[in-house]
Design a protein around this ligand. Structure first.
Ligand code: AP5
Ligand code: MG
Ligand code: ZN
Length: 214
């Protein structure tokens, strides 16, 4: 199964991907995670991306598209994949369509997790992420059992450098201007499945799985 998950910053894409990838045994491809790994490793790509990310701006299309095409060609994508945070602009969506056609594969569904803007700032400023396994928590909505410590692996929890109030507001503006139009793009292709993301995490998971027919 080849899936794509969309939604605003803080909408719960990463949180739902943790379950979806296990349930369908598919590979999680988060462009945000890939950029953060490059930043951590100090690569040229990471140096370029960090400036955009910390300002709440999108990394230029050509850098993102090249990175995703390379990732999709890896053997672990043959069983299916779940794209998270890509595409984010119309040129990226068109490039993805072209790449998939070249590879002779198609998307099975596009999930859109909808959450009203006023809920997103609190979700993002309260987010904590595991440094070792990437699991996502929230200080109020999904707290770890032991404060500051990952329940999966015992790793240290940290706060993303782009989860400050000013950067979040910028990210939300960029989302509305550049990414939200893709909802219509995929609706026209008949692939869109809308899920109400403004519910308890477990209910959203049930709705996500149900929308995919299980
Ligand atoms: P990226 O890492 O993709 O960030 P994002 O799209 O802003 O989305 P987030 O990861 O912040 O949110 P999420 O939807 O995954 O929410 P989560 O599940 O963590 O991208 C970062 C940056 O990289 C971009 O700004 C850009 O610069 C660059 N970039 C990446 N891809 C790019 C591309 N294609 N093109 C150009 N640039 C690109 O949940 C958030 C919080 O809410 C958590 O604390 C969670 O516990 C909590 N939560 C989740 N669900 C619920 C719920 N139902 N109720 C209550 N709390 C909840
Ligand atoms: Mg995410
Ligand atoms: Zn962990």
């Amino acid at each position: 199964m080849n899936l794509l998950i969309m939604g605003p910053p803080g909408g719960g894409k990463g949180t739902q991907c943790e379950v979806l990838t296990k349930e369908h045994n598919i590979t999680h491809i988060s462009t945000g995670d890939m950029f953060r790994e490059n930043v951590k490793a100090g690569t040229e790509l990471g140096k370029k991306a960090k400036e955009y990310m910390d300002n709440g701006q999108l990394v230029p299309d050509e850098l993102v598209v090249a990175m995703v095409k390379d990732r999709l060609s890896k053997p672990d994508c043959e069983n299916g994949f779940l794209l998270d945070g890509f595409p984010r602009t119309t040129p990226q969506a068109e490039a993805l369509d072209g790449a998939l056609t070249e590879m002779g594969i198609k998307l099975d569904a596009v999930l859109n997790i909808a959450v009203p803007r006023e809920k997103l700032l609190g979700r993002l400023t309260g987010r904590r992420v595991c440094r070792s396994c990437g699991a996502t928590y929230h200080v109020i909505f999904n707290p770890p059992k032991d404060e500051g410590k990952c329940g999966n692996c015992g790793g240290e929890l940290y706060q993303r450098s782009d989860d400050t109030e000013a950067t979040v507001n910028q990210r939300l503006d960029v989302y509305e201007a550049q990414t939200a139009p893709l909802i219509e793009y995929y609706a026209k292709q008949g692939l869109l499945k809308e899920v109400n993301g403004d519910q308890d995490i477990k209910i959203v998971t049930q709705d996500v799985l149900a929308s995919l027919g299980r």
